[in-house]
Each structure stands twice: as structure tokens, then as C-alpha cells.
Design a protein around this ligand. Structure first.
Ligand code: GLN
Length: 567
């Protein structure tokens, strides 16, 4: 999946690299998914071919219908039973998102499979929501595309129970009537999903239109047996969600963050990063003003070629309250990132480096504080196959060497021959090191440490091939860079932090994959809070919440609720 075409690659606990939509589901439903939750045509065909090779079809001719369509249904039924939260129970409802557009050649076997699944699941066990776009042309809301799309799914055998209409403004009554009439549904089955000031207000929009009673009725949700604890937890989450998101319109003070990256043309390439910043800004009661800077524009070459671009980019960096360098691959634009990290360090502007962003901060520190001239990453050249980022040089084959200036090196255990799914992936522990009690980031992670047994261990998701070269650690530490978090063997550097700086933090993992609306990712929260000048306040608030969890003492209803909601 090319980040410029598909947007971000989302990473799951089990290391599955999946479509970014799975991130939306994890965030909105507060669930944990597995790689099996992401079905692709390739996975299904591979599965069927393997079964055929094993002789499972007893030599019969293998066809799209029924073999592929059966495999899709079996896959869904199997996945629907996997627990997705810490209750460890089988889920009651499974949401299937059939991506793409009706009529796509790729989706035809899937549409046929859904038609069959409707029958397999039986009455009151299947509900279909068709999502359609209602464009406005010359001021008129056009329902024709919706009518055509519904016709197409109907002829494929799929009959929608609800039609969700995406539109900029609320639909006029006449448009709703037209859709209901031509698509042969009742008026109440047409749901208007108009643009909202914030995406977090969409659940309330759906509630106002009576979606919940409709779901209850069609799926007989009232007949489910749920523990009263689960029901009241749901009510509390809903109440807190409403309180938090309803006040969002009333945040007038902004916090300006600049994102210095390489794929800035397509904002979806950083979807989880944006979401984590939004969650954190909401928690800090600030409006997020996110500025995008193409890191190449910060480089001297741009200054010569296009001075206006260069100065505009630097203006954004110099005026931002916080500087974020997110993950990325390859050399292009990295010198601009190094320059942004230098600015942040020298000017005491809060900095957050994610994965590549942490490696960039290490390179900058090595060059400009430790005097390691030309400090660089093995990913950025000097090797025969720099375009792929895969190095075959001798220095990469084992423990790092200080003989060169590669302060970031290829991880020894990573497969060098194959590029697919061979990175260090998924949920892994990071241990805060003895003596790191001063760490501002650690302070914010305290309740997570509690969950991990109180041993200073936190769990975050990873996706990288390169790491800090151990041969340079002593020199970097002498210069004042603290490695406050390492992996469970003490071999991999996971967190860097500067003591004499308001917030200069780099993490080798991707904390954005675990951020939640009501429980923002801690590195992002600390970064946004520091940028807004609120770090001490937020840290104190988190500490109060922790006391509640640890002692079970009621220190205020609001705080008690929030602390227990997502745990
Ligand atoms: N390219 C770097 C690596 O592979 C960083 C990866 C990332 O930012 N996800 O280590």
C-alpha cells in the first residue's frame, strides 16, 4: 500500500499491516483487532489455493462461486468470534465494511458472498447499510447517483435496510423523499450524514435520527444478555463522549503544531498521527491548528530553486508552538527534518519524533552536540541499494561499529532479502530505565505502567527496520541525550528525551496506533500539552487519575469515571 495513494499503513498488535480503516474502527469502538480482521482478495485466493493443494476439495473444479464466496463467508464467521476487548468474550455484533464502489470488478465476489451471508445468517441477524454520496451541483442536491447505486446493489441481490447519505449540508425534505421513493425504503430508513464541525459529533447526529432504535429493532439487540456492569460502562462512555465532543466547538484558544514530513500532499498518510493530535488537543481544551510542511522545502536546495517556498516553510517551523517529525522511509527530505529538529532543540520548542522522527533527532544531536561529523542513518545511502532502503554493506551484518558515522543502523535480525512484512512489527514492551524517574514522558505513562504490573513496562506498536547504533550510545549519553526507554533485553533504544528542554522526546514506536478519543496517546498528549504551555497541569491531572485507580478512592466523579472507562 503506497502511502501516497492509500494513506497510512495501520499496524495492529499482532504486527498485521492493514488498511487505515481498521484504525478508525479500533479508535471509535475501543476494540483491538487482529490481522485476520482485514480481508483482501489476495488473502482469500491464497487460502483457497492452499486448500485445493491439500486436496480439501477432493479434486473438484475450484470456482469463484461457490469456493471463493464460501471462503469469504467462512472467514467472516470465524473472525466474528474472536474477542476484541479485555472481557475475552465473543462479540455480539460484527461490522463488515465492504469497501470500494458498487460495480468495481474487484468487489463482485464479495457482493455475492454478502448476498449469501444474509441468507446464511437468517432473519434479524443481518442488517445492510448502504453508504452513498449526494453531491450538490449548482446548488441542487443530486440523488441520481444514489438511485443508480441502489439499483446496482439490488440487482446483485443485496437489499439495503438503511441508506446513509453523505452530504455537505443537511438533505432537503424533497431529496429524502426522492431517495425513499425511488429506492423503495421508508423515510426513516434514509439517514443523513452531513458534514459536522468535528467528526466526533457524528455519533450524536446518528442518534438524533433514531438510528439506535432502528438497529435495535432490526437486529433484535434487546434480546442480548449483557451484564449490568457492561451496560453502565457503555452509558458512562456515551455520556463522557457527549460532554467532551459537545464542548469542542467552544475551544477558542489554539495550539499550532507543525508536521514536518515527506508525504504531506496526502494528509491520510498521517491519519493516526492527526487523530492522536486531535485527541490530545481536545483533552487540553485547545483548538488544533495543524500546519503541514514538506521537509524538502526546508533544505538549502529549495532556497536556491524556490526561495518563497523555503521561507514559507521556515516561517511555519519558526512560529509553531510544537514541531512533530513523524515516521517515514528513505533519504529524501531527511536533511530538512534534521534542520527542524535542530531548531526545536536550540529554541526550546517542544519536539516529538516518531520512529524516523526519533532517528532524525539522534542524528541531529550526534552532529551538532557530540561533534560526530556527517552522522547519518544507514538507510540514507552509502550502500549499494539505497533506493530500496535495504543495505547490504558489511557494517550492517551485526553489532554496530563506531568506525563510521552511521548512528542509525540496520537491525541485525531483520530480513534483508524481502521487503514485505519483514520489519520489526507489532506490540512490544518498552522498559523505562532505572534513573529515568525525572522523565516527563514517564510521568504521563504512569497509569499504563500500573497496568503492566508497575514494573516500568509499557506496550506500544512498532514498525521499523533501523535502530540507534549501540556503538554510539555512550557518546550520545555523554553529550546529554537520555535513553529513558529500552526494549526488554536492553538492546534496542526505544525512547530518547532531553532533560534541559520543555519537551524533546523521540520514540522508536508508533504510539498513534493506540490513541483513543477519551484516552489520548501519552507522547502526543505530553507534546501538545507542552506546546500549549499546559504540561504541568495535564501531568498533575493524570496523576490524580492514577491515584484513583491505584487506591480506588473516589476523588471526584468525573475523574473516577474517566480513569475506569477505558481500562
Ligand atoms: N525508516 C525507518 C526505519 O525503518 C523509520 C520507519 C518508520 O518511521 N516507520 O527504521
Amino acid at each position: 500500500m503506497n502511502p501516497k495513494e492509500h494513506g497510512e499503513v495501520f499496524v495492529l498488535n499482532d504486527g498485521g499491516e492493514v488498511d487505515l480503516d481498521l484504525g478508525n474502527y479500533e479508535r471509535y469502538l475501543n476494540i483491538t483487532l487482529t490481522r485476520a480482521n482485514n480481508i483482501t482478495t489476495g488473502k482469500i485466493y491464497e487460502h483457497v489455493i492452499q486448500r485445493e493443494r491439500k486436496g480439501d476439495y477432493l479434486g473438484k473444479t475450484v470456482q469463484v462461486v461457490p469456493h471463493i464466496t464460501d471462503a469469504i463467508q467462512d472467514w467472516i464467521e470465524r473472525v466474528a468470534r474472536i474477542p476484541v476487548d479485555d472481557t475475552g468474550e465473543e462479540p455480539d455484533v460484527c461490522i463488515i465494511e465492504l469497501g470500494g464502489t458498487v460495480g468495481d470488478i474487484e468487489s463482485m465476489p464479495f457482493i455475492e458472498a454478502m448476498t449469501q451471508l444474509r441468507r446464511r445468517a437468517g432473519k434479524n441477524n443481518f442488517l445492510q447499510i448502504h453508504v452513498s454520496y449526494v453531491p450538490v451541483i449548482n446548488g441542487e442536491q443530486k440523488t441520481k447517483p444514489t438511485q443508480q447505486a441502489i439499483k446496482a446493489v439490488r440487482s446483485a441481490g443485496l437489499i439495503p435496510d438503511l441508506i446513509a447519505c453523505r452530504c455537505e449540508r443537511s438533505l432537503e425534505a424533497s431529496a429524502i423523499q426522492k431517495i425513499a421513493h425511488f429506492c423503495q425504503v421508508d423515510l426513516e430508513q434514509v439517514i443523513v450524514v452531513r458534514d459536522m464541525p468535528s467528526i466526533y459529533q457524528v455519533p450524536m447526529l446518528l442518534e438524533q435520527q433514531g438510528v439506535i432504535p432502528l438497529l435495535k429493532e432490526i437486529l433484535r439487540l434487546d434480546q442480548l444478555t449483557l451484564s449490568s456492569a457492561l451496560v453502565s460502562k457503555g452509558h458512562s462512555i456515551w455520556a463522557e463522549w457527549k460532554t467532551l465532543t459537545a464542548t469542542e466547538n467552544r475551544f477558542f484558544e489554539t495550539v499550532t503544531i507543525v508536521l514536518v514530513g515527506k508525504y504531506v500532499e496526502l494528509h491520510d498518510s498521517y491519519l493516526s498521527v492527526i487523530k492522536s493530535l486531535e485527541h490530545s488537543a481536545m483533552r487540553c481544551k485547545r483548538k488544533l491548528d495543524l500546519q503541514w510542511v514538506d521537509s524538502e522545502h526546508l533544505e538549502p536546495a529549495t532556497s536556491a530553486r524556490d526561495p518563497a517556498k523555503f521561507h514559507k516553510a521556515w516561517h511555519a517551523v519558526c512560529t509553531a508552538a510544537g514541531i512533530l517529525v513523524p515516521g517515514g522511509f528513505g533519504q529524501r527530505g531527511t536533511e530538512g527534518m534534521v534542520a527542524a529538529a535542530k531548531w526545536a532543540r536550540e529554541n526550546h520548542t517542544p519536539y516529538l519524533g516518531i520512529c524516523l522522527g526519533m532517528q532524525i533527532a539522534v542524528i541531529e544531536f550526534a552532529r551538532n552536540v557530540c561533534g560526530i561529523a556527517g552522522a547519518t542513518s544507514e538507510e540514507f545511502g552509502g550502500s549499494p541499494s539505497t533506493s530500496t532502503g535495504i543495505s547490504t554493506s558489511a557494517a550492517s551484518s551485526g553489532s554496530g561499529s563506531a568506525a563510521d558515522s552511521r548512528v542509525i543502523m540496520f537491525m541485525p535480525e531483520v530480513d534483508k532479502a524481502s521487503m514485505g512484512a519483514t520489519m520489526r512489527l507489532g506490540l512490544r514492551p518498552t522498559l523505562f530505565q532505572p534513573g529515568s524517574e525525572w522523565s516527563r514522558l514517564r510521568g504521563l505513562y504512569a497509569d499504563r505502567e500500573q497496568r503492566g504490573g508497575g514494573s516500568g513496562t509499557i506496550l506500544e506498536r512498532h514498525r521499523h527496520r533501523y535502530e540507534v547504533n549501540p556503538a554510539f550510545i555512550e557518546r550520545l549519553e555523554k553529550g546529554g541525550l537520555s535513553f529513558v526507554g529500552k526494549d526488554d533485553k536492553g538492546e534496542r533504544m526505544e525512547i530518547i528525551e532531553l532533560k534541559d528542554h520543555p519537551w524533546f522526546v523521540g520514540v522508536q514506536f508508533h504510539p498513534e496506533y493506540l490513541s483513543r478519543v477519551l484516552d489520548p496517546s501519552r507522547p502526543y498528549l505530553g507534546f501538545v500539552a507542552a506546546s500549549a504551555g499546559l504540561l504541568d497541569e495535564v501531568a498533575a491531572e493524570m496523576k490524580r487519575e492514577r491515584v484513583v485507580v491505584v487506591n480506588g478512592v473516589k476523588a471526584g466523579v468525573e475523574v473516577t469515571q474517566r480513569a475506569s472507562l477505558w481500562s
